[in-house]
Design a protein around this ligand. Sequence first.
Ligand SMILES: O=C(O)C1=C[C@@H](OP(=O)(O)O)[C@@H](O)[C@H](O)C1
Ligand SMILES: C=C(OP(=O)(O)O)C(=O)O
Length: 655
Amino acid sequence: MDYKIEPFTKPACAAIQAPGSKSITNRALLLAAMAGQKIKIFNPLVSRDSQIMAQCLKNLGFEIEEGENFISVSGSPKKSAKLFVGNAGTAARFLTAFVCAIKDGEFEFDSDEEMYKRPMRGLIEALEHLGAEFTFKKESFSFPFSVKTKGFSGGEISLDATQSSQILSAILMSQTLASSETSITLKGGTVSKPFVEMTVKMMRQFGFEVECPSNGKYIVKNSKTCKISSYTVETDATAASYPIALAAATSGAVLVKNFPREGLQGDVGFAQVMQKAGLVKCRRVGNDLLALKSEPSAEACEFDFNDISDTFLTFAAIAPLFGRTTKITGIAHTRKQESDRVEAMAREISKFAKKVEFDEDSITIFPYEKSELAQKISSPVKIETYKDHRIAMSHGVAGCADIFGGGKAWIEIRDPQCSSKTWPDFFKILEQSRKDSMKFKTVAIDGGAAVGKSSVSKECAKTLNYMHVDTGSHYRTIAYILLDKGIAPSLGEDAVSQALKGVEISTLIFGNSARMSVGGKEIEDSLIRTDKVNQNVSLFAAMPQVREFLKGYQRSMEGVAKEKNFAGLVMEGRDIGSVIFPNAEIKIFLDADEETRRKRRANEGISDSISKRDALDKNRKTAPLVRPEGSVLIDTSNMSKEEVIAKTLALIAEA
Ligand SMILES: O=C(O)C1=C[C@@H](OP(=O)(O)O)[C@@H](O)[C@H](O)C1
Ligand SMILES: C=C(OP(=O)(O)O)C(=O)O
């Protein structure tokens, strides 16, 4: 089946939860099988690769219980079983080594055909050295095979893990079951090193002893006791690369839910590479990561992806969108993964790039000029996926860019179901994010003077292409007009009412901001921010006639924003969430302590009394400044502007 990707016609504005980590889930399942006690694993990945691992453990005689967001493992292994490892590199390597720890066993292994070609030799040679006897049914050192096992008694191994780090990870974990210490020396280093660190860290989390005295040498003790009874799997950092790239491809904001902290997964480093490349800005918001559009420079960029090679496909697939040359190195080993990823990506990307060059270890993408991309490619571009989940998902993200304008689909993914290896509902989630991003949202931002409303509102509107309305400026404009007509607040409400009758207001749009104009004329900012206006604006704003006069106008701004094709509306003021838009999708109340606000005001060269304005704003009878019901309070006293903006954008993305 082919699947057409619908481009995002508005900047992405969505929250995405990637599934649990494949690498952590499959390690946790194996380590749990080695634990000798029941282990409950929370937030496991549920996908083809993890199901293959769980099924193999079942076939080996373990009891597997699957429930709402957990899977548990208990029991001990049988001496014979038939195991099918699909194309799951982790299951293939980890289980081959694991069964060899079983005394007097005999096991039969088969896999997807694609796995027949993936590197196993280094691992099998080491296991043979430790006493296992393999019989190959097709090619030597490859699936399918059967193996007679004798258990491990420790000793010295020299290991070739140059083609896959999983070979080293498999040996490390399995040697926990040896009857005495095993010392492992690597011949010629390895690739994807952070995955080895993950193995070492997870073994220790489970209570198994492993030492790494020097680079390339490891010692595994035969630890028999497991320290834990439950384990929680982090969000998959490799999968999180797709939502991060989506923010870049659609020039929007994506909140990546529960983005892992640095520690276990090297692929969290993808966010830094994207940031260095100028493709996104990343901001931590609590447990989440907010990826925001950025303006990449036109200069060519080059990055070594050896440590984070599963994410090179994400980076490569979106590269043609940015009009500058991208070179990716350190990826020779990915030629022996789910597909020959270097060649396959070069072939597919060349369908929408000017030229793609590759050699053994690198790929260089020469894109079309940004302005000519749409004319140069034939639509639709059909992407072959070679049964490789990452080719499908990475091109899925690229296809979200609205290169033709108007949402014309230009990328078709062949066999999108292959994403089920690690993220079965990826394309559903991508489509849901598009729909979420299309939703027109009204954001009400309230707060007293100098809490940071304006800078936050403007920046959020700019990032998301929302229309920004500063209602404070409406009251200032009215104050200015009335004062100009010689109407002081002391003349009373009737005089003000009378004077308002002759005031005609309309709207002018400047970039993302809608400004109220009077008599069709723009009233300059300098005129409405004088000391005289400062002293009188709250007095006018307290009058019900003035508020009523502006209420209808302010409410009409939703219609203006839609008519002008903005993706949403950000309106700041003092009664937006309580009176103007009580049903706004997002209501935020900004606050800060008085000292911080006084300083901010002074920095802007304004010396009005914060406490006096607060008293007037809060105590007026009509539409007083209150924290609106259902609003989120953000105390900005100890936050930087960037932090407040990120928090606000995160709330919008999630609403
Ligand atoms: O140990 C692991 O969980 C993995 C190691 C890496 O494999 P290689 O070392 O074969 O590159 C990575 O590509 C794979 O997706 C997961
Ligand atoms: C290389 C990958 O998988 P495997 O675990 O099968 O090696 C991958 O997920 O990109």
